[in-house]
Design a protein around this ligand. Structure first.
Ligand code: NAD
Length: 251
C-alpha cells in the first residue's frame, strides 16, 4: 500500500498487468511507454484509479527522454519505491540480415534502458526500495536468429546481479524475472487486442499444463517488491511453466 511504482512499457502486455496488480494493492503507478495511443487508452480504462496513475510518454532507450520523464515525474512524486524495468522489443532475423541499427535498437530498449532508469531514479529511491528487471528464458536458451534479443536478456541478468551488489549498502534490492511464453494478446491496446488463439498442444507441452498469463508475472512482482521478499536480491526467478526444466531430446 502507498508504494510509488514506475513500470516501463507499462501501457500494454505484461507491463499493463504489472501496473494493474500494484494499483489493486492500493499503490501509485507511473507507466512509462513510447506508445501514446496505448497510454491514453489506459487513462480512459482506469479512470476510477486516475488519482493514483501518472502516465509518462518516454522512449526509455534515450538518455534525454528518460531525464525529461524523470523531471516530469518529480513535479508530482517525491520518491520511487519500486522500479520495474519491463519495456522490451523482440526481433527474429537471420544473422546475415540483422543490421547494426536493429541490434542497437534491441540492446537499447531491453538493456541500456535499465542502466538509464536505475541511474536517473536512484536519487529518488529510499531504503527498502527495489528494482525488478524483466528478462526472459531466452537469456538461458535460444532458437535460431534471435541473437540481439538473447544477448540483451543475458545482459539483463548480469546487470541485475551487478546492481544488486552495488545497491545493497543503500538497502535497495534488485531481482530479475525470466518469463517463458506469456500470452499477451488480450492485454494490447484496442486496435491490436485479440482473443488468444492457443491450441491444446500449446498448453500441454508445458509441465504446468498451460501457457503463461501476464498475471503470473504481475503477482510475482508484487511479492518481490514487498517486505516478505526482504532476503531476496540478485536473484533470477524463472516463470515458464517448467519449460526450461524439460528435456527435449528426440526419442
Ligand atoms: P508488449 O509488446 O506487449 O509490451 C511492451 C510494451 O513496451 C509496449 O507497450 C511498448 O509500447 C513498450 N515499449 C516498446 N519500446 C519502448 C521504448 N523504447 N520505450 C518505452 N516503452 C517501449 O510486450 P510483452 O510481451 O508484454 O513483454 C514485456 C516484457 O516481457 C519484455 O521485456 C519482454 O522481452 C519480456 N518477455 C515477454 C515474454 C512473452 O512471452 N510475452 C516472454 C519473455 C519475456
Amino acid at each position: 500500500m502507498d508504494k510509488h511504482v514506475v513500470v516501463t512499457g507499462g501501457a500494454q502486455g505484461i507491463g499493463k498487468a504489472i501496473c494493474q496488480a500494484f494499483l489493486e494493492e492500493g499503490d501509485w503507478v507511473s507507466p512509462w511507454d513510447i506508445d501514446n495511443e496505448a497510454l491514453l487508452e489506459l487513462e480512459e480504462e482506469w479512470h476510477a484509479w486516475r488519482d493514483r496513475i501518472l502516465p509518462v510518454s518516454c522512449d526509455v532507450s534515450s538518455y534525454e527522454a528518460v531525464h525529461k520523464a524523470k523531471n516530469f515525474l518529480t513535479q508530482k512524486w517525491s520518491k520511487v519505491d519500486v522500479l520495474v524495468n519491463n519495456a522490451g522489443v523482440f526481433i527474429h532475423k537471420p544473422l546475415l540480415e540483422l543490421t547494426e541499427e536493429e541490434w542497437d535498437w534491441v540492446l537499447g530498449v531491453n538493456l541500456k534502458s535499465i542502466f538509464l532508469l536505475a541511474q536517473a531514479l536512484l536519487p529518488l529511491m529510499p531504503h527498502g526500495a527495489s528494482i525488478l528487471n524483466i528478462a526472459s528464458t531466452r537469456a538461458l536458451m535460444s532458437e535460431a536468429n534471435t541473437e540481439a534479443y538473447s544477448a540483451s536478456k543475458g545482459g539483463v541478468l548480469a546487470l541485475t546481479h551487478a546492481l544488486a551488489i552495488s545497491l545493497g549498502p543503500r538497502k535497495i534490492r534488485v531481482n530479475a524475472i525470466s518469463p517463458g511464453w506469456i500470452e499477451v494478446s488480450s492485454w494490447k491496446k484496442k486496435r491490436e487486442r485479440q482473443e488468444p488463439f492457443l491450441r491444446p498442444i500449446d498448453h500441454l507441452q508445458h509441465p504446468a499444463q498451460r501457457v503463461g498469463k501476464p498475471e503470473d508475472i504481475a503477482s510475482l512482482c508484487v511479492f518481490l517488491a514487498s517486505e516478505k521478499a526482504g532476503f531476496i536480491t540478485g536473484a533470477q526467478v524463472v516463470v515458464d511453466g517448467g519449460m526450461t526444466r524439460k528435456m527435449i531430446y528426440a526419442e
